[in-house]
Design a protein around this ligand. Structure first.
Ligand code: F6P
Length: 308
């Protein structure tokens, strides 16, 4: 997110805008928590995780009164355009705000590790989260192999299996358990048993936190009975969300932040900017949560073929 803030501020200032950062996400509009930003104030942030502006999940902003107050506050401050970085909740927030803040231009930028926002191939943070998870899984594999163990590794994603699918393929996991496909624990147990029969004594199974069969701990205890050996669990948690962003995330965030300014210069509003293939795209807010983003089909089809 910092790379995006940097691009918005630097390109916005060059275009003659006065740029303010809003501290603490949507709640910051209600609290009138603005900071003036210029090109120098975003120096040395492109490599940092998180956001220098801090963020939050504001319940107050979602209420009718909150949205009206937010629109009034932006008006009062003389703001002409608002760029917000986030997932589908952020896009819904912009959409609702747009109904009350008639004169302002609203642009969304996809930023969520879950990569579940329709209309863009990738959202800011996804690549970093996947790489963070991979670093941890490669280390866990050492114990799995040395002790001939089965590991269930839980990754984040809320209702999406995108992190799990990418991490599963890239870590060489035996199976992935994700909410997008029905989970058959007998089938997973059979994969483990087959691996043993073929001489592979350790197995890594990736579990998306939102799977309908339960979390990794619940699944491990059910699998333990089926495969007749203890299954270890590692929940990666917030380690996935932090740390230095990858080069892919820095470039995506920079490109989308810069394009958000282009959109404002052209007087556009009500859209999320995104990337499809190599192209920049603009998607109406409503599509970003009403249309379903699908996982790459080949990953789901190939994961079983790829286990030994
Ligand atoms: O949406 C991003 C995400 O990291 C999800 O993967 C996770 O389920 C959720 O946020 C956790 O959010 P919080 O820290 O607010 O509970």
């Amino acid at each position: 997110m910092n790379a995006c803030i940097r691009a918005v501020v630097r390109i916005g200032c060059k275009q003659g805008f006065q740029v303010f950062g809003i501290v603490g996400g949507y709640q910051g509009i209600l609290d009138e928590a603005y900071v003036s930003l210029d090109a120098r104030s975003v120096a040395n942030i492109i490599h940092r995780g998180g956001t220098i502006l801090t963020t939050g999940r504001s319940e107050e902003f979602k209420t009718k009164a909150g949205l009206e107050e937010a629109a009034e506050n932006l008006e009062k401050k003389g703001i002409n355009a608002l760029i917000a970085v986030g997932g589908d909740g952020t896009m819904k927030g912009l959409y609702e705000l747009g109904k009350r803040w008639k004169d302002g231009l609203l642009i969304g930028v996809p930023g969520t590790i879950d990569n579940d926002v329709f209309g863009t191939d990738h959202s800011i943070g996804f690549d970093t989260a996947v790489n963070n998870a991979l670093v941890a899984i490669d280390k866990i594999r050492d114990t799995a192999e040395a002790f001939s163990r089965v590991f269930l590794i839980e990754v984040m994603g809320r209702h999406s299996g995108a992190i799990a699918a990418h991490v599963g393929i890239a870590s060489g996991a035996a199976a992935i358990i994700i909410p997008e496909t029905p989970t058959d624990l007998d089938e997973i147990a059979q994969i483990i048993i087959d691996e043993r029969r073929k001489g592979k004594m350790s197995s890594i199974i990736i579990v998306a936190e939102g799977d309908e069969a339960g979390d990794a701990t619940a699944i491990a205890s059910k699998l333990t009975d089926k495969v007749d050996e203890g299954c270890r669990v590692s929940v990666l948690g917030y380690i996935q969300r932090g740390g230095n962003p990858t080069h892919c995330d820095r470039i995506l965030a920079t490109r989308l932040g810069a394009h958000a300014i282009d959109c404002i210069l052209e007087g556009k509003t009500g859209i999320m900017v995104g990337e499809s293939g190599r192209d920049l795209v603009e998607i109406p807010f409503e599509d970003t949560w009403k249309k379903k983003k699908h996982l790459e089909k080949w990953m789901l089809e190939r994961i079983t073929d790829l286990s030994s």
